[in-house]
Structure formats: C-alpha cells, structure tokens
Design a protein around this ligand. Structure first.
Ligand SMILES: NC(=O)c1ccc[n+]([C@@H]2O[C@H](COP(=O)([O-])OP(=O)(O)OC[C@H]3O[C@@H](n4cnc5c(N)ncnc54)[C@H](OP(=O)(O)O)[C@@H]3O)[C@@H](O)[C@H]2O)c1
Length: 254
C-alpha cells in the first residue's frame, strides 16, 4: 500500500487494485465506482457516452479517487475489446470486474404481450453485453492475484421468487428483463463452477429496489444502499464464498 498525490489533493491510500465498472456514469454503477474509489481502488468508469463518462470520472477524481473514464458500450464488441486492450497495456491485469450496465424497455412485458424486439434489446444489454464483456476481460482477471467478478442481477431474475404468488413483486413480470437476469444468474453459476480451482470469485447481487433512472427514481433505497453489497463482493476476502446470489443481509433464492 502507498499513497499518492494528484492535482494537489491528497487522495486515499491506494490498495493497488484495479476495477472496471460498466455503466458507471450514473445510478448504482456510479455509486459502486465512488465507493471503490473511496476504498483506494483505481477505478475505470465504463460508459457508452464519452461526455457522461468523462464527467462522472472527473467528479470522482475531484473527490480524491483515482478514477478514469473508459469508453465501453456493452453492445459494441469493438468498444469492449478496445477497453480490454487499454487495461492490458496499462496494468496487465484486472482485479475487479463489475458487470453493472443494464436496461429496462417500456415495450417489454409478460410473455403474452411483450414485444419480442424489446425482449431482444434487453437481452442484448443485460445478458449478451455481460457475456461479451466478461469473455473479453476474463484473461485479465485471471492475471490478478485474487480476481472478483460481480454480476448486477435482481430479485426479478429469481425463478423461485417469480413462482411465488405472495412475493411483493409477483405482478411485475417483464419477460425480457426478468429473463435476462435469470440467464445472467445461470451464467454466474456456470462461470463460478468453471473457475472453482482459481482464486477468482464470481458472485451475483440483488441490489434491491433503488431509486435510479431505470425505475424513474421510484425505488425505495438510496444508491448508497443499492451499491453496498456489490462493493462488499468486489472487495471480498480470499476466504469468501463464490457462486452465490446475495443481497444486503443474506442470500437470494435462485
Ligand atoms: N435500481 C434498481 O432498483 C435495480 C434493482 C435490481 C437490479 N438493478 C440493476 O442494477 C444495474 C444498474 O441499474 P441502475 O438502477 O443504476 O440503472 P440506471 O441508473 O438506469 O443506470 C444504468 C447504467 O447502465 C448504462 N447502460 C445502459 N445501456 C448500456 C450499454 N449498452 N453499454 C454500456 N452501458 C449501458 C447506462 O448508461 P446511459 O446513461 O448511457 O444510459 C447507465 O450508466 C442494472 O443492471 C439493473 O438491472 C437495479
């Protein structure tokens, strides 16, 4: 550990760890990046819009974090590959990958009425975007001493909860969104199994219903609360479990 000085501001003690958070220009992703930066992690603020991404990284830098914008649209393989190449050249490894970017689509809906085009759009970001990003970054995570991959899922991705008529969100059944998180959960279970003999931990988080743009700020939690479990998993110690589906306070049923 050591500390460093940037633009005359004394910054946090640096852990030497490098993190990439996708969709970090706002919402839970920005808050995860802020908390990781405050914990002394060098944080790459992934964003598809360079202006928004630069502005978010500047805000974190002004607060004393070692933060950097990196262009990354999870639906554009060229931007994912370019981001991976930048990280490879600069650091040669990646300690923490937070797959946070995600969307809802107003034309999504339950199976009888969902616009199939909307279901595809949601899967493109929430599942294929995570698959492409993870595959491109995994070689760098393998090079870290103890890599961490955190998937931003949702209770809405739980087959158990979706099957429970008494669940408080039982009536909320957008097939594309809930299905995208369910297949993301499957990916996380399978990836953690593939990586079981490595130091890498792959955990899946339900951030909880959090006030952000994705729900027109109707969520009941603050972004600080919504980011907390993801940050815990990103900084989990080497003896922490892998392959779990968790939220603040406990396990989520698959
Ligand atoms: N808020 C909740 O209650 C809640 C609950 C459960 C799970 N989640 C999950 O938590 C994660 C973060 O959501 P949030 O609530 O923070 O929503 P948000 O405020 O809408 O933020 C979503 C982020 O994803 C980015 N994004 C969208 N499409 C992208 C793409 N193609 N490439 C790269 N980035 C893209 C957005 O960038 P732009 O600004 O460019 O659009 C934004 O930075 C999502 O995976 C969401 O499903 C949220």
């Amino acid at each position: 550990m050591g500390s460093y000085q940037q633009a005359g501001i004394m910054t946090q003690t640096h852990t030497g760890k490098i993190a990439l958070v996708t969709g970090a220009n706002k919402g839970i992703g920005f808050e995860v990046a802020r908390q990781l930066g405050a914990a002394g992690v060098t944080v790459y603020v992934g964003a598809r819009d360079p202006q928004l991404g630069e502005a978010a990284a500047e805000k974190l830098k002004a607060a004393g974090s070692d933060a950097h914008f990196i262009e990354l649209d999870v639906t554009k393989l060229n931007t994912i590959q370019a981001a991976a190449e930048t990280l490879r050249q600069k650091h040669g490894h990646l300690d923490i990958l937070v797959n946070n970017a995600g969307i809802l689509d107003k034309a999504d809906g339950p199976p009888s009425t969902a616009d199939p085009a909307a279901v595809r759009r949601v899967l493109d970001v929430n599942f294929f975007g995570v698959l492409d990003t993870t595959q491109a970054l995994l070689p760098l995570v393998r090079k870290a001493a103890s890599g961490r991959i955190v998937m931003l899922s949702s209770g809405l991705g739980s087959l158990t909860l979706n099957s429970d008529p008494t669940w408080s969100f039982a009536a909320y059944k957008p097939l594309g969104y809930n299905g995208s998180k369910a297949i993301l959960n499957m990916m996380a279970v399978q990836l953690s199994w593939e990586l079981r003999d490595t130091p890498i931990k792959v955990n899946t988080v339900n951030p909880g219903y959090t006030a952000t743009d994705i729900n027109d700020n109707s969520g009941t939690q603050t972004v600080e609360e919504g980011a907390a479990e993801t940050v815990r998993q990103a900084l989990a110690p080497d003896d922490a479990p892998t392959g779990r589906f968790v939220e603040t306070g406990g396990e989520v049923p698959w």
